[in-house]
Design a protein around this ligand. Structure first.
Ligand SMILES: [Zn+2]
Length: 397
Protein backbone atom coordinates (compact mmCIF):
# COMPACT_ATOMS: atom_id res chain seq x y z
CA UNK A 1 0.00 0.00 0.00
CA UNK A 2 1.25 3.46 -0.89
CA UNK A 3 2.48 5.52 2.07
CA UNK A 4 1.98 8.85 0.29
CA UNK A 5 -1.81 8.70 -0.08
CA UNK A 6 -3.44 12.14 -0.40
CA UNK A 7 -4.22 13.82 2.90
CA UNK A 8 -6.19 16.87 3.88
CA UNK A 9 -3.77 19.15 5.69
CA UNK A 10 -4.70 19.66 9.31
CA UNK A 11 -7.11 16.73 9.43
CA UNK A 12 -6.66 13.19 10.67
CA UNK A 13 -4.52 13.66 13.75
CA UNK A 14 -5.55 11.52 16.67
CA UNK A 15 -6.73 13.43 19.73
CA UNK A 16 -4.03 13.99 22.30
CA UNK A 17 -5.25 13.68 25.89
CA UNK A 18 -2.35 15.82 27.07
CA UNK A 19 -3.68 18.79 25.09
CA UNK A 20 -6.93 18.81 27.01
CA UNK A 21 -5.12 18.68 30.38
CA UNK A 22 -2.70 21.46 29.44
CA UNK A 23 -5.46 23.78 28.19
CA UNK A 24 -7.77 23.02 31.13
CA UNK A 25 -4.97 23.77 33.62
CA UNK A 26 -4.17 27.04 31.87
CA UNK A 27 -7.84 28.11 31.87
CA UNK A 28 -8.22 27.23 35.55
CA UNK A 29 -5.23 29.45 36.33
CA UNK A 30 -6.51 32.66 34.70
CA UNK A 31 -7.59 35.32 37.21
CA UNK A 32 -10.62 36.42 35.20
CA UNK A 33 -11.85 39.94 34.60
CA UNK A 34 -15.65 39.77 34.72
CA UNK A 35 -16.25 42.88 32.63
CA UNK A 36 -19.99 43.12 33.26
CA UNK A 37 -21.53 41.84 36.46
CA UNK A 38 -23.78 42.96 39.31
CA UNK A 39 -23.55 42.49 43.05
CA UNK A 40 -24.56 39.40 45.03
CA UNK A 41 -27.62 39.49 47.28
CA UNK A 42 -27.37 41.53 50.44
CA UNK A 43 -30.01 39.62 52.44
CA UNK A 44 -31.50 36.13 52.68
CA UNK A 45 -34.23 35.17 50.20
CA UNK A 46 -37.03 32.61 50.15
CA UNK A 47 -37.08 29.54 47.94
CA UNK A 48 -39.79 31.18 45.80
CA UNK A 49 -37.66 34.30 45.36
CA UNK A 50 -34.68 32.12 44.43
CA UNK A 51 -36.74 30.39 41.74
CA UNK A 52 -37.60 33.75 40.14
CA UNK A 53 -33.99 34.96 40.39
CA UNK A 54 -32.71 32.02 38.32
CA UNK A 55 -34.77 32.90 35.26
CA UNK A 56 -35.06 36.04 33.15
CA UNK A 57 -38.83 35.74 33.45
CA UNK A 58 -40.43 38.07 35.97
CA UNK A 59 -43.17 35.56 36.63
CA UNK A 60 -43.39 32.57 38.95
CA UNK A 61 -43.42 29.18 37.22
CA UNK A 62 -46.86 27.79 36.31
CA UNK A 63 -48.58 25.73 39.03
CA UNK A 64 -46.91 22.38 39.81
CA UNK A 65 -43.72 23.35 37.96
CA UNK A 66 -40.46 25.07 38.99
CA UNK A 67 -38.02 27.31 37.12
CA UNK A 68 -35.16 25.22 38.47
CA UNK A 69 -36.14 22.31 36.22
CA UNK A 70 -33.98 23.95 33.57
CA UNK A 71 -30.36 24.05 32.39
CA UNK A 72 -29.48 26.67 35.00
CA UNK A 73 -31.17 24.72 37.79
CA UNK A 74 -29.39 21.50 36.83
CA UNK A 75 -26.06 23.33 36.58
CA UNK A 76 -26.55 24.77 40.08
CA UNK A 77 -27.26 21.29 41.46
CA UNK A 78 -24.26 19.80 39.63
CA UNK A 79 -21.63 22.50 40.13
CA UNK A 80 -22.58 24.70 43.10
CA UNK A 81 -23.85 21.97 45.43
CA UNK A 82 -20.41 20.43 46.22
CA UNK A 83 -19.05 23.86 47.19
CA UNK A 84 -21.77 24.10 49.85
CA UNK A 85 -21.25 20.57 51.20
CA UNK A 86 -24.27 19.18 49.31
CA UNK A 87 -23.93 16.09 47.06
CA UNK A 88 -23.76 16.95 43.35
CA UNK A 89 -27.15 16.56 41.64
CA UNK A 90 -29.04 16.41 44.96
CA UNK A 91 -32.72 17.31 44.46
CA UNK A 92 -33.48 21.03 44.64
CA UNK A 93 -35.22 20.66 48.02
CA UNK A 94 -32.00 19.21 49.49
CA UNK A 95 -29.92 21.88 47.78
CA UNK A 96 -32.14 24.53 49.31
CA UNK A 97 -31.83 23.00 52.80
CA UNK A 98 -28.03 22.94 52.54
CA UNK A 99 -27.85 26.44 51.07
CA UNK A 100 -30.07 27.85 53.82
CA UNK A 101 -27.42 26.98 56.42
CA UNK A 102 -25.19 29.74 55.02
CA UNK A 103 -25.58 33.48 55.46
CA UNK A 104 -25.75 35.63 52.31
CA UNK A 105 -22.17 36.84 52.83
CA UNK A 106 -20.90 33.28 53.37
CA UNK A 107 -22.53 32.26 50.09
CA UNK A 108 -20.84 35.22 48.41
CA UNK A 109 -17.43 34.35 49.80
CA UNK A 110 -17.72 30.64 48.93
CA UNK A 111 -19.28 30.90 45.47
CA UNK A 112 -17.72 34.13 44.20
CA UNK A 113 -14.39 33.21 45.82
CA UNK A 114 -14.40 29.94 43.87
CA UNK A 115 -14.71 31.75 40.53
CA UNK A 116 -11.05 32.80 40.74
CA UNK A 117 -11.93 36.26 39.39
CA UNK A 118 -9.27 38.92 39.79
CA UNK A 119 -11.38 41.95 38.94
CA UNK A 120 -15.14 42.53 38.88
CA UNK A 121 -16.56 45.44 36.85
CA UNK A 122 -19.75 45.97 38.77
CA UNK A 123 -22.73 47.67 37.13
CA UNK A 124 -24.65 49.39 39.89
CA UNK A 125 -27.76 50.72 38.14
CA UNK A 126 -30.25 47.88 38.72
CA UNK A 127 -32.04 47.38 42.07
CA UNK A 128 -28.94 48.56 43.92
CA UNK A 129 -30.60 48.28 47.34
CA UNK A 130 -30.91 44.50 47.06
CA UNK A 131 -27.27 43.76 46.25
CA UNK A 132 -23.80 44.56 47.57
CA UNK A 133 -22.31 47.80 46.23
CA UNK A 134 -18.64 48.04 45.17
CA UNK A 135 -17.45 48.94 48.69
CA UNK A 136 -19.40 46.12 50.37
CA UNK A 137 -18.29 43.59 47.75
CA UNK A 138 -14.65 44.65 48.11
CA UNK A 139 -14.98 43.93 51.85
CA UNK A 140 -15.88 40.30 51.06
CA UNK A 141 -12.33 39.73 49.79
CA UNK A 142 -13.29 38.00 46.53
CA UNK A 143 -11.25 40.22 44.19
CA UNK A 144 -10.80 43.78 43.08
CA UNK A 145 -14.00 45.72 42.26
CA UNK A 146 -14.53 48.68 39.92
CA UNK A 147 -17.75 50.42 38.97
CA UNK A 148 -19.61 50.70 35.67
CA UNK A 149 -22.26 53.46 35.69
CA UNK A 150 -25.65 53.10 34.04
CA UNK A 151 -26.52 56.17 31.94
CA UNK A 152 -30.30 55.93 32.35
CA UNK A 153 -30.02 55.82 36.18
CA UNK A 154 -27.92 58.99 36.18
CA UNK A 155 -30.51 60.86 34.09
CA UNK A 156 -33.35 59.64 36.31
CA UNK A 157 -31.44 60.81 39.39
CA UNK A 158 -31.35 64.44 38.15
CA UNK A 159 -34.97 64.70 36.96
CA UNK A 160 -36.20 66.16 40.25
CA UNK A 161 -35.82 69.93 40.16
CA UNK A 162 -34.73 70.00 36.50
CA UNK A 163 -36.43 71.95 33.73
CA UNK A 164 -36.58 71.29 30.00
CA UNK A 165 -33.63 73.49 29.13
CA UNK A 166 -31.22 72.50 31.92
CA UNK A 167 -31.86 68.73 32.07
CA UNK A 168 -29.06 67.86 29.62
CA UNK A 169 -26.44 69.99 31.38
CA UNK A 170 -27.49 68.71 34.82
CA UNK A 171 -27.09 65.18 33.46
CA UNK A 172 -23.63 65.89 32.02
CA UNK A 173 -22.30 67.35 35.25
CA UNK A 174 -23.79 64.50 37.34
CA UNK A 175 -22.25 61.99 34.93
CA UNK A 176 -18.86 63.65 35.29
CA UNK A 177 -19.09 63.36 39.07
CA UNK A 178 -20.39 59.74 39.04
CA UNK A 179 -17.63 58.60 36.67
CA UNK A 180 -14.67 60.10 38.50
CA UNK A 181 -13.73 56.59 39.69
CA UNK A 182 -15.76 54.48 37.24
CA UNK A 183 -14.13 52.41 34.50
CA UNK A 184 -17.04 52.30 32.05
CA UNK A 185 -20.62 53.18 31.17
CA UNK A 186 -23.64 51.04 30.39
CA UNK A 187 -26.80 51.73 28.38
CA UNK A 188 -30.04 49.80 28.47
CA UNK A 189 -31.52 51.45 25.39
CA UNK A 190 -32.28 47.88 24.24
CA UNK A 191 -34.71 47.49 27.16
CA UNK A 192 -36.12 50.98 27.14
CA UNK A 193 -36.72 51.32 23.40
CA UNK A 194 -34.77 48.96 21.10
CA UNK A 195 -31.81 49.38 18.76
CA UNK A 196 -33.99 50.68 15.93
CA UNK A 197 -33.49 54.30 17.03
CA UNK A 198 -32.51 57.25 14.83
CA UNK A 199 -28.70 56.97 14.90
CA UNK A 200 -28.00 60.73 14.59
CA UNK A 201 -27.02 62.88 17.56
CA UNK A 202 -30.21 64.66 18.68
CA UNK A 203 -30.24 68.44 18.34
CA UNK A 204 -30.49 70.70 21.37
CA UNK A 205 -34.03 71.68 20.37
CA UNK A 206 -35.06 68.01 20.12
CA UNK A 207 -33.59 67.27 23.56
CA UNK A 208 -35.31 70.28 25.14
CA UNK A 209 -38.68 69.28 23.67
CA UNK A 210 -38.28 65.65 24.79
CA UNK A 211 -37.06 66.74 28.24
CA UNK A 212 -40.11 69.02 28.64
CA UNK A 213 -42.52 66.23 27.76
CA UNK A 214 -40.79 63.75 30.12
CA UNK A 215 -40.62 66.17 33.07
CA UNK A 216 -44.28 67.17 32.58
CA UNK A 217 -45.33 63.54 32.62
CA UNK A 218 -43.37 62.94 35.86
CA UNK A 219 -45.04 65.99 37.44
CA UNK A 220 -48.40 64.55 36.40
CA UNK A 221 -47.57 61.36 38.31
CA UNK A 222 -46.02 59.37 35.43
CA UNK A 223 -43.03 57.03 35.71
CA UNK A 224 -39.53 58.43 36.20
CA UNK A 225 -38.21 55.55 34.07
CA UNK A 226 -36.91 57.17 30.87
CA UNK A 227 -38.20 55.56 27.67
CA UNK A 228 -38.22 58.52 25.27
CA UNK A 229 -36.00 57.63 22.29
CA UNK A 230 -34.62 61.18 21.93
CA UNK A 231 -33.49 61.25 25.57
CA UNK A 232 -32.06 57.74 25.27
CA UNK A 233 -30.07 58.84 22.20
CA UNK A 234 -28.88 61.91 24.07
CA UNK A 235 -27.53 59.57 26.77
CA UNK A 236 -25.74 57.36 24.26
CA UNK A 237 -24.06 60.32 22.56
CA UNK A 238 -23.13 61.85 25.93
CA UNK A 239 -21.63 58.48 26.83
CA UNK A 240 -19.59 58.47 23.63
CA UNK A 241 -18.35 61.99 24.43
CA UNK A 242 -16.78 60.79 27.71
CA UNK A 243 -14.41 58.41 25.91
CA UNK A 244 -15.14 55.73 28.52
CA UNK A 245 -15.84 52.20 27.26
CA UNK A 246 -19.59 52.01 26.60
CA UNK A 247 -21.45 48.76 27.32
CA UNK A 248 -24.77 48.11 25.55
CA UNK A 249 -27.05 45.36 26.73
CA UNK A 250 -27.71 43.33 23.57
CA UNK A 251 -30.10 40.47 22.84
CA UNK A 252 -31.47 38.12 25.50
CA UNK A 253 -32.55 39.64 28.79
CA UNK A 254 -35.63 39.83 30.96
CA UNK A 255 -39.19 40.16 29.73
CA UNK A 256 -38.92 43.97 29.29
CA UNK A 257 -37.08 43.50 25.99
CA UNK A 258 -38.68 43.08 22.61
CA UNK A 259 -35.96 40.70 21.58
CA UNK A 260 -36.30 41.17 17.82
CA UNK A 261 -35.46 44.88 18.31
CA UNK A 262 -32.23 44.02 20.19
CA UNK A 263 -30.30 42.55 17.26
CA UNK A 264 -26.98 44.44 17.24
CA UNK A 265 -27.07 44.68 13.43
CA UNK A 266 -29.69 47.40 14.00
CA UNK A 267 -26.85 49.49 15.47
CA UNK A 268 -24.78 49.42 12.26
CA UNK A 269 -25.45 53.04 11.22
CA UNK A 270 -24.88 54.38 14.73
CA UNK A 271 -21.65 52.39 15.00
CA UNK A 272 -20.51 53.97 11.74
CA UNK A 273 -21.33 57.45 13.03
CA UNK A 274 -19.29 57.06 16.22
CA UNK A 275 -16.36 55.28 14.57
CA UNK A 276 -13.32 57.49 15.02
CA UNK A 277 -14.65 59.05 18.23
CA UNK A 278 -12.14 57.04 20.22
CA UNK A 279 -14.91 55.38 22.26
CA UNK A 280 -15.15 51.60 22.31
CA UNK A 281 -18.53 49.85 22.36
CA UNK A 282 -18.98 46.56 24.19
CA UNK A 283 -21.99 44.54 23.07
CA UNK A 284 -23.05 42.58 26.13
CA UNK A 285 -24.14 38.95 26.00
CA UNK A 286 -25.86 39.15 22.62
CA UNK A 287 -27.61 35.74 22.55
CA UNK A 288 -29.08 34.64 20.15
CA UNK A 289 -27.43 37.36 18.04
CA UNK A 290 -23.87 36.59 19.18
CA UNK A 291 -22.86 35.66 15.64
CA UNK A 292 -24.10 39.06 14.43
CA UNK A 293 -22.08 40.66 17.22
CA UNK A 294 -19.04 38.67 16.10
CA UNK A 295 -19.46 40.10 12.60
CA UNK A 296 -19.67 43.69 13.95
CA UNK A 297 -16.59 43.06 16.10
CA UNK A 298 -14.72 41.96 12.99
CA UNK A 299 -15.65 44.89 10.76
CA UNK A 300 -15.59 47.75 13.28
CA UNK A 301 -12.35 48.48 15.15
CA UNK A 302 -14.27 49.95 18.11
CA UNK A 303 -16.69 47.02 18.68
CA UNK A 304 -16.21 44.21 21.21
CA UNK A 305 -18.60 41.56 22.55
CA UNK A 306 -19.16 38.74 25.03
CA UNK A 307 -21.58 35.83 25.47
CA UNK A 308 -22.26 36.20 29.20
CA UNK A 309 -25.69 35.63 30.72
CA UNK A 310 -26.68 33.08 28.08
CA UNK A 311 -23.88 30.82 29.34
CA UNK A 312 -25.53 30.55 32.77
CA UNK A 313 -28.95 29.93 31.38
CA UNK A 314 -27.89 27.29 28.84
CA UNK A 315 -25.86 25.21 31.33
CA UNK A 316 -24.83 21.91 29.79
CA UNK A 317 -25.60 23.32 26.31
CA UNK A 318 -23.44 26.45 26.81
CA UNK A 319 -20.33 24.90 25.20
CA UNK A 320 -21.74 25.57 21.78
CA UNK A 321 -22.36 29.26 22.46
CA UNK A 322 -18.84 29.73 23.80
CA UNK A 323 -17.50 27.99 20.71
CA UNK A 324 -19.63 30.21 18.44
CA UNK A 325 -18.11 33.28 20.11
CA UNK A 326 -14.81 32.20 18.54
CA UNK A 327 -15.96 32.34 14.92
CA UNK A 328 -15.67 35.67 13.05
CA UNK A 329 -14.37 38.15 15.61
CA UNK A 330 -10.64 38.63 16.08
CA UNK A 331 -9.73 37.14 19.46
CA UNK A 332 -8.72 40.59 20.70
CA UNK A 333 -12.42 41.57 20.49
CA UNK A 334 -14.00 38.84 22.64
CA UNK A 335 -14.38 39.34 26.39
CA UNK A 336 -15.65 37.33 29.34
CA UNK A 337 -18.62 38.35 31.50
CA UNK A 338 -21.08 36.54 33.75
CA UNK A 339 -23.78 39.25 33.97
CA UNK A 340 -24.71 37.59 37.25
CA UNK A 341 -27.12 39.52 39.48
CA UNK A 342 -28.22 38.35 42.91
CA UNK A 343 -27.70 34.68 43.81
CA UNK A 344 -23.92 34.11 43.78
CA UNK A 345 -24.56 30.74 42.16
CA UNK A 346 -24.88 32.77 38.95
CA UNK A 347 -21.44 34.36 39.44
CA UNK A 348 -19.94 30.90 39.95
CA UNK A 349 -21.71 29.33 36.98
CA UNK A 350 -20.66 32.19 34.68
CA UNK A 351 -16.98 31.60 35.34
CA UNK A 352 -17.11 27.82 35.50
CA UNK A 353 -19.23 27.23 32.41
CA UNK A 354 -17.12 29.73 30.45
CA UNK A 355 -13.92 27.91 31.41
CA UNK A 356 -15.55 24.58 30.55
CA UNK A 357 -16.77 25.80 27.16
CA UNK A 358 -13.42 27.41 26.30
CA UNK A 359 -11.50 24.28 27.34
CA UNK A 360 -13.64 22.13 25.07
CA UNK A 361 -13.53 24.49 22.09
CA UNK A 362 -9.80 25.21 22.30
CA UNK A 363 -8.91 21.55 22.81
CA UNK A 364 -10.85 20.59 19.70
CA UNK A 365 -9.17 23.36 17.65
CA UNK A 366 -5.76 22.05 18.68
CA UNK A 367 -6.63 18.39 18.21
CA UNK A 368 -8.07 19.21 14.79
CA UNK A 369 -4.63 20.40 13.80
CA UNK A 370 -5.21 24.11 13.02
CA UNK A 371 -4.21 25.64 16.37
CA UNK A 372 -1.11 25.25 18.51
CA UNK A 373 -1.42 24.72 22.25
CA UNK A 374 0.45 28.00 22.81
CA UNK A 375 -2.08 29.91 20.70
CA UNK A 376 -4.97 28.27 22.53
CA UNK A 377 -3.61 29.37 25.91
CA UNK A 378 -2.88 32.86 24.56
CA UNK A 379 -6.48 33.23 23.32
CA UNK A 380 -7.88 31.94 26.62
CA UNK A 381 -5.85 34.56 28.49
CA UNK A 382 -6.80 37.37 26.10
CA UNK A 383 -10.49 36.57 26.31
CA UNK A 384 -10.64 35.85 30.02
CA UNK A 385 -8.49 38.75 31.19
CA UNK A 386 -6.14 40.72 28.96
CA UNK A 387 -8.66 42.20 26.47
CA UNK A 388 -10.63 43.68 29.37
CA UNK A 389 -7.50 45.07 31.04
CA UNK A 390 -6.60 46.82 27.79
CA UNK A 391 -10.06 48.13 26.82
CA UNK A 392 -10.92 49.41 30.33
CA UNK A 393 -7.36 50.57 31.07
CA UNK A 394 -7.35 48.71 34.40
CA UNK A 395 -5.09 46.33 36.27
CA UNK A 396 -5.75 42.65 36.96
CA UNK A 397 -5.43 40.83 40.24
ZN1 LIG B 1 -26.15 43.30 33.50
Amino acid sequence: MSTDRPRIPGLGQSPDEGVSATITDALAGIALVDHHVHGPLRTAITRDEFEVLITESNEPAPAATVHSDSQVGFAIRALCAPLLGIPAHAPMDDYWDGRSRHTPNELTRILMGATHTGHWLLETGYKGDAILDPTALTAQGVGRVSEVVRLESVLESVAKGANASDLASRFTSELASRTREAVGLKSIVAYRYGFDFDPARPTEAEVTAAAGAWLRSITAGGEVKVTDPTLLRMLLWAGVDTGLPLQLHTGYGDSDVELHRCDPLLLTRWLRLIQGSGTNVLLLHCYPYHRNAGYLAQVFPHVYFDVGLAINYTGAASDLIVRESLELAPFSKVLYSSDAWGPPELHYLGATLWRRGMARALTSFVNDGLWSVDDAIRVATMTGRDNALRVYRIEGA
